[in-house]
Design a protein around this ligand. Structure first.
Ligand code: ZN
Length: 746
């Protein structure tokens, strides 16, 4: 029986921010929608394919940040997962009918695309949290936001996106003041010193930056920040108000680094203002048993007038914002937890002389708190980048097509994912910022938290050299704390490099190079006959290619998974090579053998491009060894290396063992020589004793130095001699002998 359904305003109810009613019985989902003049629907996306038929009025469809004008008589269809909004720009009601249905095949195809359209044709600004210049960067920092953002940008660029990595030096942190006090410098000197060190460490980690805003040195920053703050004040939501705060017995205002105590939410130990355990903010006066840093005095609660923001009033705006980009459940849950409190009043200024004061009266002697400040810093960075690129991007007029991607540690979640969206809403009511959040947990060092202030850390500069940087990037990607805390141990890092990169990856590449030289004179053969196993292996390679793309793409970004796939690819090819080896030199099967080796070379070529975002030096070296050029495009399929190309894999050093096994002969000679030089009467000493503990003095050291040079041609300093055990010394000499041989060979 025919179904006739007419629009009925009386049947409408509020849904997705507009008025909707449903039409039943059509066999697909259907309904009527009304958008009042000036109104817009909430952004959403779903697995159904959906069609709008506009029957009255005019407006814009906003699909993945692009605007399409529509009017009565227009039909529009959305692919599964496309973010869509309908906005009424006219002066009468905009009416439309909608039809939607599930098409699993279409949805599956769409979901498998790396670029679901969210990033295509839009400027993509990828931010790693601006580091605090109170120390250099350690592996905990590097493995989290910085490596993440770098790999993300590299992969996006291979896919043709316009993506940039932005960060900066967060100079006005109170931790800088504390560090300056400790080191006997001014905060400005301290910030300038460490900000330069940080930039250098990022360079050593092969993390190039497109924008590095140094907040205390950037000439336009201060005025821009003050203007942004004025917008917050003009919104009416941020205003001077008296509120409880924590002060010392002398009335000194206490916050952040000044205090510690029990977290009012989870009870764990925390510093002022943010709890690293549960991620929730505290306001210092609510700490359990608060204590003042460097003092036994007991703090008290006092009323202090600061610019305050009643954040809880904007909980619905935060929830709306969390519907737009990639917002991990961990962050959405934090917002729900926080807004379950009766009120969340956040101070936007604090008494301090380190930072930027607001232009407005009402809180003399105060500066804009460095965390709200950062929300402006991101926009400032975009504007500065735009100025250099010749693009019209302004910090006071953010645009709908900007895609922002944040990388940060979980302890910054409150600021990035809850506070900043509210500040943007207040400053720019018409801007719906489209932000992806990538959050990492803590990396531990030998089971305890890395700490810059306590200097419990492996510093980037201690481990990074041109020869180790790819191994460090590989290993940190492998253990990166995604979704859980992970642990770094130097020994485990060295074993991984030795067993996987040197012992498995490089071992295969060298072996492949030798077989190529022996059987094909180093020239890539054309594939001949394909066995079913050859075809299956090609398909397997393509599965790996797609899996790496999924792990490096914006929706499923995970360095753990990306590196697991790279390791898997190498394991696949080694298994394949060992199975094929049985007939690889048989004249009867030579047409099949050259297919097998062409496939191994295709795997090597694929490894180069798949590893490029994570291990750029290795990738470039491998591509060159296969006779290829620069890696500049992500492949849509697996391709063979061009027949006739010259392959030079066998003699390339891609990775070096961070601590080569100690040569037994050398260790024996060294032990005997030490015993002789020190005139030890109880025979050869234990190899794990230091020379000092064996009674070596500087005169002995000089003698040993000479004998080592004479015997091995290696120079060892007196300090090294006295500070090492015999085993360490043998390792050191072994390393230098190897390095000397490489220099001689090069
Ligand atoms: Zn807590």
């Amino acid at each position: 029986m025919v179904i006739i359904n007419a629009y009925d305003a009386g049947a409408l109810h509020e849904l997705f921010g507009i008025d909707m009613s449903s039409i039943d019985g059509l066999g697909v989902g259907a309904g009527w929608g009304r958008v009042v003049p000036g109104g817009r629907s909430d952004a959403h996306q779903h697995d159904e394919t959906e069609t709008f038929v506009i029957v009255q009025g005019a407006g814009d469809l906003i699909v993945d940040a692009r605007r399409y004008p529509v009017h009565a008589g227009v039909v529009a269809q959305f692919e599964p997962f496309e973010t869509h909004v309908i906005e009424n720009t006219g002066d009468e009601d905009l009416l439309f009918a909608t039809l939607y249905w599930r098409d699993p095949e279409r949805a599956g195809r769409q979901a498998a695309q790396v670029e679901r359209g969210r990033l295509r044709d839009r400027p993509v600004f990828v931010f790693s949290t601006p580091p605090t210049p109170n120390g250099d960067l350690h592996l905990g920092h590097l493995s989290g936001p910085y490596l993440g953002a770098d790999v993300f940008v590299r992969f996006q660029r291979l896919n043709g996106a316009q993506a940039w990595h932005l960060t900066g030096s967060d100079d006005y942190q109170s931790y800088v003041t504390e560090c300056a006090r400790r080191e006997g410098r001014t905060p400005a000197e301290t910030a300038a010193h460490y900000s330069a060190e940080i930039a250098e460490t990022l360079r050593m980690m092969d993390i190039p930056l497109d924008q590095y805003t140094v907040t205390d040195a950037d000439p336009a920053y201060r005025a821009g920040l003050q203007a942004f703050f004025s917008r917050l004040v003009a919104s009416g939501a941020v205003a001077p108000a008296e509120a409880p705060a924590l002060v010392g017995p002398d009335g000194r205002y206490l916050y952040e680094v000044d205090v510690s105590g029990g977290c009012p939410t989870c009870g764990g130990p925390t510093g002022g203002n943010i709890c690293e355990e549960c991620g929730e903010p505290n306001f210092c006066h609510d700490l359990v048993d608060p204590a003042i840093r460097h003092s036994d005095a007991v703090p008290r609660v006092a009323e202090v007038t600061r610019f305050m923001l009643p954040l809880h009033r904007f909980a619905p705006d935060v929830a709306l914002h969390h519907h737009l980009g990639r917002v991990p459940a961990r962050l959405r849950e934090l917002a729900e937890r926080l807004f379950a409190r009766p009120g969340v009043d956040v101070a936007m200024t604090h008494p301090s002389d380190w930072g930027v004061p607001p232009l407005e009266d009402g809180a003399p002697g105060q500066v804009i708190w460095v965390w709200p400040e950062m929300s402006y810093g991101f926009l400032h960075g975009i504007a500065e980048l735009g100025r250099r690129l010749g693009r019209d991007w302004r910090a006071d007029a953010p645009r709908a097509d900007w895609k922002i991607v944040h990388f940060f540690g979980y302890d910054n979640s409150f600021y990035h994912a809850i506070l900043y969206p509210v500040l943007y809403k207040l400053a720019f009511p018409d801007w719906a910022p489209d932000i992806d959040y990538n959050v990492n947990e803590f990396l531990l060092l030998d089971g305890a938290k890395f700490s810059t202030s306590r200097r419990h850390a492996v510093w980037g500069k201690e481990i990074l050299t041109p020869d180790t940087v790819d191994a460090v990037r590989y290993y940190l990607s492998r253990i990166r704390s995604e979704g859980r805390r992970t642990n770094f141990e130097v020994g485990a890092y060295e074993s991984a490099v030795r067993d996987r990169l040197v012992g498995t990856w490089q071992d295969w590449l060298h072996d492949l190079g030798r077989r190529m030289a022996e059987r094909y004179d180093g020239l890539v053969p054309d594939a001949g006959n394909w066995t079913p196993e050859h075809t299956a292996f090609l398909a397997r390679l393509d599965t790996r290619r797609a899996a790496v793309a999924g792990a490096l793409g914006p929706d499923g970004f995970s360095l753990n998974q990306a590196v697991a796939e790279l390791d898997g690819l190498v394991d696949d090819v080694r298994r394949f090579a060992s199975l094929e080896a049985r007939v690889s030199t048989s004249p009867a099967w030579r047409d099949e053998a050259r297919t097998a080796i062409a496939l191994e070379l295709a795997a090597a070529k694929l490894l180069a491009v798949c590893a490029a975002p994570v291990m750029p030096r290795f990738a470039a070296k491998l591509a060159a060894a296969l006779g290829g050029g620069e890696i500049d495009t992500w492949p849509q399929t697996v391709t063979l290396v061009a027949p006739g190309s010259r392959v030079t894999l066998a003699d390339r050093t891609f990775f070096t063992d961070p601590r080569p096994a100690v040569d037994a002969e050398l260790a024996g000679w060294l032990t005997a020589t030490v015993a002789e030089t020190l005139q030890l009467e109880d025979g050869p000493p234990a190899a794990d004793l230091s020379l000092v503990s064996l009674g070596a003095a500087s005169l002995h050291a000089v003698t040993l130095q000479y004998r080592i040079l004479e015997h091995t041609d290696v120079e060892v300093s007196v300090e090294e001699l006295l500070g090492s055990t015999i085993t360490e010394l043998a390792g050191l000499i072994g390393q230098r002998t190897q390095a000397g041989m490489e220099v001689a060979l090069a």
